[in-house]
Write a protein that binds this ligand. Structure first.
Ligand SMILES: [Zn+2]
Length: 158
């Protein structure tokens, strides 16, 4: 996800060099912020092969899984997740939504919210292939990307 090489796994697990820890830029080569929610922030991915694909990143600190969250943060984070998913669904009207939290590359709690379409390149399967280099990349023109981000912001405010 980061353009800089990632540190060793043991360091990453502790949050050393973590690109998802705060402070985090609103914009980088991979994604652009849509909004801050109650305990997380939503980012629109620049690769829009799956239209509306966003990542929701937990904000308060470096933590690598839901199992480490106290009840109040769990409740807030899952509410953010549902709110984000509803906004994405309202904006791009997919056939279904994939929710994916892996942490294999960046072990900082985040969810991939991936709208899926019957016409998408991997319908019926996870979007990830074993060889990531064969994954399709789709970059929207800036105007279209910004329009999508704005629509998501409007849906979150609705
Ligand atoms: Zn982190």
């Amino acid at each position: 996800m980061s353009t800089a090489p990632l540190p060793a796994w043991s360091d990453r697990l502790q949050g050393i060099g973590c690109p998802f820890c705060q402070p985090r830029p609103d914009s980088n080569p991979h994604h652009e912020k849509v909004a801050d929610l109650s305990i997380s922030s939503l980012y629109l991915l620049r690769n829009q092969t799956y239209r509306g694909y966003c990542v929701l990143i937990f904000n308060p600190r470096h933590i690598n899984g839901l199992e480490h969250l106290p009840e109040n943060e769990y409740t807030a984070f899952t509410a953010d997740l549902r709110r984000a998913a509803r906004a994405i669904a309202a904006t791009v009207q997919p056939d279904m939504m994939n929710y994916a939290t892996l942490g294999n590359v960046i072990p900082h709690l985040h969810y991939h919210l991936i709208p899926r379409y019957k016409t998408d390149p991997r319908w019926g399967a996870p979007i990830w292939e074993s060889d990531l280099s064969t994954m399709q990349t789709t970059t929207l023109p800036a105007v279209a990307f910004n329009r999508l981000r704005d629509a998501l912001q409007a849906a979150l405010a609705a």
